[in-house]
Design a protein around this ligand. Structure first.
Ligand SMILES: Nc1ncnc2c1ncn2[C@@H]1O[C@H](COP(=O)(O)OP(=O)(O)OP(=O)(O)O)[C@@H](O)[C@H]1O
Length: 265
């Protein structure tokens, strides 16, 4: 049992308990349905990838799940709790962590200082920014840094990190708040092949103990990490299934993959 991040042997076995569910989730902007009656059911410990063409509604769906955007209709459920409209902060406190595509780390702070800000976020950002900081990581910060490959750069300023390290720092900041569900927007975008590999392994390691939803365009990456894919098209769910089921689905091929298969897209 890893007490620090609440990872146990049984947690690492994917199960069929649904932890995140949406019911006819819809948001309209000036009458345009960016997300349209989406019914999603994600199991505890699952690593789910959401794919779809530009403008399909993927990011907006994550915005709805984390409370950044309020739905026009429909509901979001976390296990047996309806979290629709409870607000972004309350949803975060309920265990949903979101990492955006553009890192929002404090560039002039060290990696450790960024982790300290993140792990104390519940106490309020300003109290936190001006509070005294230990030069040593707590057990949780050390564990999160080890998990994301940042142990050797804890003392380095964020501005000196590579693109991949910045992305991992942002993920580490999300992890340090101990989320049960992690929402990620294109975590491997702009990464080198080696960084992409490391990110794939990181996500595979996180799944099981966490439920992970990832938006991704890089199909080689998708095939590597994913057991179940949700395909979005024009705000709605077009198909769900394994990579091989998806690449054989004629509607998906026509709407998104074109004549390419997932391995070539
Ligand atoms: N706040 C908003 N106001 C108006 N329209 C919006 C808003 N947010 C998103 N949209 C529209 O909703 C649609 C879905 O956008 P979204 O960003 O969710 O797509 P996406 O699948 O994530 O695309 P990409 O892969 O390019 O990021 C787009 O047509 C977008 O212009």
């Amino acid at each position: 049992m890893n007490a620090i991040l609440n990872i146990s042997e049984s947690d690492s076995v994917p199960c069929t308990e649904t932890v995140l569910r949406t019911k006819d989730l819809t948001v309209k902007f000036d009458g345009f349905a960016a997300v349209n009656k989406v019914n999603l059911a994600v199991a505890r410990g699952e690593l789910r990838v959401i794919i779809g063409a530009n403008g399909a509604g993927k990011s907006t769906l994550l915005d709805l799940l984390c409370g950044k955007t309020l739905p026009t209709e429909g509901e979001v459920w976390l296990r047996d709790r309806n979290i629709t409209g409870i607000g972004e902060a309350a949803i975060a406190r309920s265990g949903v962590g979101r990492k955006f595509q553009t890192p929002s780390v404090f560039k002039e702070m060290t990696v450790l200082e960024n982790l300290q800000v993140a792990s104390n976020r519940r106490t309020g950002v300003f109290a936190n920014l001006f509070s005294w900081r230990s030069p040593r990581p707590t057990d949780v910060e050390a564990e999160v840094a080890a998990r994301t490959g940042l142990s050797d750069v804890l003392g380095r300023r964020a501005s000196e990190l590579s693109h991949g390290q910045l992305q991992w720092l942002e993920l580490a900041m999300v992890l340090s708040q101990d989320p049960k569900i992690i929402l990620l927007d294109e975590p491997a975008a702009g990464m080198t092949a080696a960084e992409t590999d490391k990110t794939a392994q990181l996500l595979l390691d996180l799944a099981g103990s966490h439920t992970v939803l990832v938006i991704e365009h890089d199909m080689a990456f998708v095939k590597r990490i994913c057991r179940k894919i949700t395909v979005m098209h024009q705000g709605a769910v077009l198909a769900e299934g394994t990579a091989s089921e998806i690449e054989r689905n004629q509607a998906v091929v026509e709407a998104y993959l074109g004549s390419a298969t997932l391995s070539h897209a």
